[in-house]
Design a protein around this ligand. Structure first.
Ligand SMILES: NC(=O)c1ccc[n+]([C@@H]2O[C@H](COP(=O)([O-])OP(=O)(O)OC[C@H]3O[C@@H](n4cnc5c(N)ncnc54)[C@H](OP(=O)(O)O)[C@@H]3O)[C@@H](O)[C@H]2O)c1
Length: 337
């Protein structure tokens, strides 16, 4: 997750290895979705594109918050970006006041803590942000007639499944972070009238601390790198996720989504590919196992997800993470010029 140092660590010992890049694309078996499912959301009215309107973005200073702001602004929405300094979602009165004041058509909750290890030792803090925050937003949205998008995580699953997790799989979080995020999903379902819960995984993008930018930054500084080889999920490019969220809310098909880039991989392979694309192919990454890192919070072994709802709605899969990574590396090179 966002705890970069936990996925990529300084090390004194190198080994040059890694599966061929193409091999990981077929690492997991695709399971055909059931033809019938009760997970298909009910559209409020016909499925149709609506005109851009007003969106309030919480956590607007974070990785996804910034991408969401850029995406919607570019599409002509009226955007009210609320970084934590403007709106603390754990303060119910402030949340209520902000929604009352701005009267957005939709609130997009990108505010959260994704500090998985800190959550493990500070349970109250984790639940305050990741459960109470979305609960207060959901109440305010119901009160003032706004839709709510709430972003959640693959860490709601325990990672023991082989193949892709769908919405029909039972969430069983291993960590306090996962528990709190799942509680946030339930809070939204309980309190909001119209909502979209969007689970995603391993976000990367320009802005903020994230694995993609850190791996390149650390390599340029000459740090020794380790990459985890026994944890699998799907790195997701934040701008692509933001684009998909806009598509979903224009469809007005409320429900539970699982939106990721395409192609499961490991942190190790992701790091290797990022370095190659950044012209740092000679920098070595030591392959390590998750348990070697002695982290506080357990991580799920495999959390690659697919989305039955998107498939049913005919939404194309997002591009492969490695194609998005190429764009990401071009962007950060451009920023550093
Ligand atoms: N990052 C991942 O790999 C990943 C994977 C799966 C799911 N997700 C989910 O995706 C969503 C977005 O994550 P992200 O990567 O964009 O995280 P991020 O970069 O850490 O952004 C989260 C933002 O929320 C803000 N925030 C924290 N506490 C707040 C509060 N009480 N009130 C208002 N804002 C608050 C943070 O502000 P400060 O920085 O000032 O504290 C930060 O700007 C989260 O729901 C996360 O659980 C992330």
């Amino acid at each position: 997750m966002r705890n970069i140092d936990s996925n990529l660590c300084a090390s004194g010992d190198f080994s040059k290895s890694g599966a061929p890049f193409s091999a990981e694309r077929s690492a997991l078996t695709v399971v055909e979705p059931p033809i019938e499912t009760d997970l298909i959301p009910q559209a409020s009215g016909e499925l149709m594109l609506s005109e851009p309107s007003t969106a309030m973005i919480t956590g607007a200073g974070g990785l996804l918050g910034r991408s969401m702001n850029a995406q919607l602004s570019q599409s002509g929405w009226r955007v009210i970006p609320m970084p934590r300094t403007e709106l603390d979602i754990t303060n119910e009165d402030d949340v209520m006041r902000a929604v009352e004041l701005f009267r957005p058509d939709i609130v997009i909750n990108c505010a959260a803590t994704a500090d998985v290890d800190r959550c493990e030792i500070d349970r109250d803090w984790a639940f305050a942000i990741n459960e109470n925050g979305p609960r207060f937003l959901a109440r305010a949205c119901r009160e003032f007639g706004a839709d709510l998008v709430h972003v959640s995580t693959d860490y709601v699953f325990d990672g023991s499944k082989e193949g892709f997790y769908t919405q029909e799989d039972e969430p069983k979080p291993l960590s306090v972070y996962g528990e709190a995020k799942l509680a946030g999903e339930f809070a939204v379902r309980e309190e909001a009238e119209r909502f979209y819960v969007v689970r995603t995984s391993w976000l990367f993008g320009v802005g903020g601390k994230n694995f993609g930018s850190r791996v390149i930054e650390y390599a340029r500084r000459g740090a020794n790198l380790k990459g985890v080889i026994d944890q699998t999920s799907i790195p997701t490019y934040a701008p692509d996720l933001a684009g998909r969220i806009e598509e979903i809310i224009k469809l007005r098909a409320h429900g539970l989504y699982q939106v990721t880039s395409s192609g499961p991989t490991t942190w190790f392979d992701f790091a290797r590919r990022a370095l190659d694309l950044a012209g740092l192919g000679d920098v070595q990454v030591e392959p390590v196992k998750r348990e070697d890192l002695n982290q506080r919070a357990p991580r799920p072994h495999n959390t690659a997800m697919r989305c039955l709802v998107s498939e049913k709605l005919g939404l194309e899969p997002l591009r492969h993470w490695s194609d998005a990574l190429e764009e990401f590396v071009r962007e950060i090179n451009h920023e550093n010029m």
